[in-house]
Design a protein. Structure first.
Ligand SMILES: Cc1cc2nc3c(=O)[nH]c(=O)nc-3n(C[C@H](O)[C@H](O)[C@H](O)COP(=O)(O)OP(=O)(O)OC[C@H]3O[C@@H](n4cnc5c(N)ncnc54)[C@H](O)[C@@H]3O)c2cc1C
Length: 403
């Protein structure tokens, strides 16, 4: 029997690779990918980039893919967190924790091209691309997926890794709850006068949180959250106007902003499912939960779905209990619940605290930033969250980095 993964984004591809690696190609994995990726990615760096925590990088390394991703990744050595107009800030430095990086930034479309090559070479993976799912039938012992060309695939378990608007969830009647933040993220790259030297910045501004992250060739990539209302105004700005506004919001820590790439706009929402498992079905990554990018946790959380699911399936195969067995899936769900709930609560809480410009709260935030920066134990808790989520502390204990 086999596993069917729907969605060839970063989460679906990584799960396929993790399963191929852990089973050494001895299980059949069908990966259905809607989009055909271009092999000639362009060099303008204006696509979405994401921050990988050290925990995520170590997990990718544990199934042999980090060596392919690392050449595309830029290390974060320092993180500076500030609230615009307030004296407080927090500074985290990788050397304080005896590690060479606090995380890495990858440009998503470029990383996806590399992952596609890995997928094509990995034993046991059968790629259907470009293909979509048009029908799903679930039976007691197996699941049958019909593709948009009429072809049928059978498997013991179906994994939905098809993103926020999951067709699989819809076709299987999984209910989702959506909180619309009435915000968008404006994403692009900026060429800066001063070298970033591995510094990442998270700045809370009147308009919304602004993250400035280091990437290759002297560029930084930014994610600037704005209200729906501001979106129309921003879309009218030409490059010159945009650079002035961005500089005003960010400040001068990277010198003058010289050039900005093509802007892309992503609507922001919190989306959760009432259940991330059902009969012969598991939802992972954005299909299971879509977060606000304020803390850069979406894929990092999805990576923890991937590794736990890969471990759960591996153990089920080993003990002959069957990968689609409902008890197996329930164990998976139980083990994921706390991490998912905590990450959503912290991310959503951060957004609400830092989006509020009430004078008392602004002062409270300034004090909190100063306190966290000055008290090593508090700084350590924050570092732990950034390095790999609240349940993770290996890197802080283990000084021997494997990346
Ligand atoms: C502005 C922004 C910044 C972010 N920054 C960070 C960050 O710094 N760190 C971090 O960890 N996370 C970050 N995230 C979140 C991260 O980008 C997502 O969590 C991650 O990309 C989700 O991957 P996914 O594979 O689950 O979903 P997707 O990337 O949406 O992939 C789903 C795939 O499924 C395919 N598909 C859809 N329907 C079908 C179908 N019927 N049949 C077949 N295929 C189908 C789609 O074409 C797509 O390829 C950010 C998000 C945003 C918006």
């Amino acid at each position: 029997m086999s596993i069917i993964i729907v969605g060839g984004g970063i989460v679906g591809s990584m799960l396929a690779l993790a399963l191929s690696y852990t089973t050494q190609g001895n299980q059949t994995i069908f990966l259905i990918a809607e989009k055909k990726l271009k092999s000639n990615w362009h060099t303008t760096y204006d696509g979405k980039s994401i921050a990988l925590s050290i925990d995520t990088c170590q997990k990718i390394a544990s199934f042999g893919v980090w060596s392919a991703i690392k050449p595309l990744a830029t290390a974060i050595t320092n993180i500076h967190i500030s609230d615009r107009g307030s004296p407080g800030f927090i500074l985290l430095n990788s050397q304080d924790y005896n590690i060479s990086a606090l995380g890495y930034i990858i440009e998503l479309s470029r990383a996806m091209n590399t992952l596609l090559t890995c997928v094509q070479e990995a034993p046991g993976i059968h790629l259907y691309c470009p293909r979509k799912v048009s029908e799903i039938e679930r039976f007691e012992e197996y699941v049958c997926v019909t593709l948009d060309n009429g072809e049928k695939i059978h498997g013991e378990l179906l994994v939905a890794a098809d993103g926020t608007y999951s067709d699989v969830a819809n076709l299987c009647g999984i209910k989702r709850c959506t909180v619309n933040y009435e915000q968008v993220a404006v994403v692009s790259t900026v060429l800066t006068q001063l070298a970033h030297n591995g510094w990442a910045f998270e700045r809370f501004t009147d308009q919304g949180p602004l993250a400035m992250l280091p990437i290759a060739n002297g560029y930084s990539t930014f994610i600037w959250c704005q209200s729906y209302i501001s979106q129309q105004r921003i879309e009218k700005w030409n490059d010159k106007q945009f650079l002035i506004e961005l500089q005003d919001a960010f400040g001068w820590r990277l010198g003058r902003f010289l050039q900005v790439g093509r802007r892309k706009i992503h609507p922001l929402q919190l989306q959760t499912t009432t259940q991330n498992i059902s009969h012969r079905l598991v939802l992972i990554g954005n299909a299971a939960q879509t977060l606000h990018p304020i803390a850069g946790q979406g894929f990092n959380l999805g990576m923890r779905d991937i590794t736990l699911l890969a471990d759960t399936l591996q153990s089920a195969w080993k003990h002959g209990t069957g990968a689609g067995d409902y008890l197996t899936l329930q164990n998976y769900q139980k083990s994921r619940m706390k991490d998912v709930r905590d990450t959503i609560t912290i991310t959503d809480g951060l957004l609400r605290i830092f989006s509020n410009r009430h004078a008392g709260l602004v002062m409270g935030r300034a004090l909190a930033l100063i306190m966290i920066d000055q008290i090593p134990s508090l700084r350590r808790v924050l570092a732990q969250w950034i390095l790999g989520g609240m349940q993770w502390n290996t890197a802080l204990r283990d000084k021997n980095e494997t990346l």
